[in-house]
Design a protein around this ligand. Structure first.
Ligand SMILES: [Ca+2]
Length: 256
């Protein structure tokens, strides 16, 4: 359309200086091009992009077809481990051993319902930033297949329980920060730290430095339990298991 329009204008009147006509005709076209370029700059580039959310900044990392936040979520108001998180319009978090520094280092620990913001729908935004969501059990299987050197995406090994895979866990762990010689390779930049968890029974905390626990948004047989993933020092695989939803685990968000 634009080319035809330009041709017609040129053929109407050859008396005007050619350069003036060119400027008048091409100006809207140039502005259009300029707008497009600006839009392109606003596109999301996983890995370069930093996500600002509730006064915290999160890095991003592309692993296969998925874009993950590179840090555990640390959002909400700190409450003691002896308290329960509730549907009160405020996001609440536990910090390991009730120390705020633990939340800075490892992110907050959340009960499943609080993380989901009181829905049971898989893949919801929950407490994640806008256009991010709580990964499902299936989306975690894709990540596991993407980072394991022996068992790829879709391999039946990922349907199993407890520790599965060859070296997926090692490749998800940070290269420092794990106790008992448990550091990993962090081959894909996932940067899994051993943040421990809040017990599902009682109100104490468990195993910071030795293991990590991330919720999925997938319930187990529709209530009270949900799937999670765990890494532990000394095990190269990734643990897939269920926890009582009352437990306080870490949360990693996945881009929509
Ligand atoms: Ca709450």
């Amino acid at each position: 359309m634009t080319n035809i329009f330009i041709f017609r204008i040129f053929s109407l009147d050859n008396q005007q200086p050619r350069i003036v006509k060119s400027v008048i005709i091409l100006l809207p076209f140039a502005l259009l091009l300029g707008c497009k370029t600006e839009e392109e700059f606003k596109e999301f580039y996983c890995g370069n992009e930093i996500v600002k959310y509730q006064s915290q900044e999160y890095h991003t990392v592309q692993i296969g077809d998925q874009c993950w936040l590179k840090e555990n979520l640390n959002v909400g108001e700190f409450i003691l481990g002896t308290m329960e998180q509730s549907d009160n319009g405020t996001i609440e978090k536990y910090c390991y051993n009730n120390e705020l520094d633990s939340c800075v280092k490892y992110g907050g620990l959340y009960q499943w319902d609080e993380m989901m913001q009181y829905t049971t729908q898989q893949g919801v935004q929950g407490i994640c930033p806008p256009s991010w969501h709580i990964p499902t059990d299936e989306e975690w299987k894709v990540l596991e297949g993407a980072v394991d050197s022996q068992y790829g995406i879709g391999d039946s090994t990922w349907e199993g329980y407890e520790y599965r895979g060859y070296d997926g866990g090692t490749n998800l762990k940070t290269t420092s920060g794990w106790n008992y010689g448990g550091n990993g390779t962090d081959l894909f930049g996932f940067s899994g730290l051993p943040g421990g968890c809040r017990y599902d029974i009682g109100s104490g905390f468990f195993d910071v430095g030795g293991s990590s626990y991330w919720w999925t948004s997938t319930e187990y047989f529709g209530g009270s339990f949900a799937w999670f993933r765990s890494l532990i020092y000394g095990y190269p695989g990734v643990c897939r298991d269920v926890s009582i939803e009352r437990g306080g685990l870490s949360v990693r968000c996945l881009k929509d």
